[in-house]
Design a protein around this ligand. Structure first.
Ligand SMILES: Nc1ncnc2c1ncn2[C@@H]1O[C@H](COP(=O)(O)OP(=O)(O)OP(=O)(O)O)[C@@H](O)[C@H]1O
Ligand SMILES: [Mg+2]
Length: 306
């Protein structure tokens, strides 16, 4: 069965590629309810089946799915997703309107993306630093030969920003403001990193709006333990590879995908920790769905799901 849709169901965003379009359809992985938004996923896996079906349903309708025209879908999961978590993805995609669902692990999809397709027959090391998962993998001849997922990623960095602002400056900020602060500060100093940042929120105790300036170096110090857990997870994965794979990886380096690849200081930190070449893929947020589209186009029979 040849899939006609490729889906990257991510913790922050869900992306769907259809053959008739050049750019994937994208929307946040949340649904609206009274009082705020409800997340469909946490740490890379579905935590709210109705919300997940809602997010996917809207995208599949926009992709042209109807009750009479139910697409065949290829959907991606993190490498450590267990059977129940994979079954939840299959069920959500079917509830959203697909007739069949094939599951593929994300690094296999990413490895097939335009920015990454390897010309040589060597092992390819991939690290996806997403919203909820830091997933490390080695892909060789279209198969996943090593992997290690850590369910700590950008969501944890943003939570740290909020907690630090609350504790050290007495200011409560929205998730949107915390995201802006994290993007502008990054996790390490780069040539564009400002020394101070203006934040807008409300007082931790009391009411009304509150503005403050923060010292970026102090924020970096607060973010350091989380960034370090991410980088040391990647380093431990590379250090634990079997000799033949390790030789390929130390020669070719590591490719980074996901939103974390765009965060100032993250790639630099990985270089420091690994002592290897680390490259940000050309389009880090779209690598998984783009590669999933390539695999779908190739037909599922040739896709190894593990
Ligand atoms: N230019 C950018 N700079 C910094 N962070 C960014 C940038 N663009 C996106 N992000 C962040 O990247 C995160 C989303 O990354 P990504 O799309 O890889 O996650 P996901 O696929 O939804 O999650 P996961 O794969 O962990 O389930 C969000 O937290 C977003 O704020
Ligand atoms: Mg992702």
């Amino acid at each position: 069965m040849r899939p006609d849709l490729a889906i990257d169901l991510g913790t922050a965003a869900t992306r769907v590629h259809v053959a008739s379009r050049t750019i994937p359809l994208t929307r946040p992985s949340t649904v609206w309810q009274e009082g705020g938004s409800r997340p469909a996923l946490r740490q890379g896996v579905i935590v709210d089946a109705d919300a997940a079906a809602g997010v996917l349903g809207e995208l599949l309708r926009r992709a042209g799915s109807t009750r009479w025209r139910r697409p065949h879908a290829l959907a991606c999961v993190p490498t450590d997703a267990n059977e129940a978590e994979r079954a939840a993805v299959v069920e959500a995609v079917q509830r959203a309107g697909a007739s069949t669902v094939t599951i593929v692990v994300e690094p296999l999809a990413a490895a097939a993306s335009a920015g990454l397709a390897p010309e040589t027959k060597t092992a390819l090391a991939l690290v996806d630093v997403g919203e909820g998962v830091t997933d490390c993998a080695v892909v060789f001849e279209g198969r996943l030969v090593a992997s290690a997922a850590l369910r700590i990623a950008l969501a944890d960095l943003r939570a740290t920003v909020r907690a630090w602002l609350d504790e050290s400056l007495g200011i409560r900020v929205s998730p949107v403001e915390a995201e802006r602060v994290l993007r502008e500060a990054g996790v390490g100093r780069g040539w564009r990193t400002p020394h101070r940042l203006h934040v807008v929120g409300s007082p931790a105790r009391g009411i009304g709006p509150l503005c403050a300036w923060l010292e970026v170096d102090a924020l970096h110090a607060a973010l350091d333990p989380v960034a370090e857990r991410i980088a040391s997870h990647v380093a431990a994965f590379v250090a634990g590879l079997p000799v033949d794979l390790a030789a390929d990886v130390s020669e070719a380096g590591v490719s980074v995908t996901g939103g974390g690849a765009l965060l100032a200081g993250m790639v630099e930190r990985l270089v420091g920790e690994l002592g290897l070449a680390v490259r940000r893929v050309p389009d880090p947020l779209l690598a998984v769905v783009d590669g999933a589209r390539v695999l779908a186009g190739a037909g599922c029979a040739s896709v190894a799901t593990r």
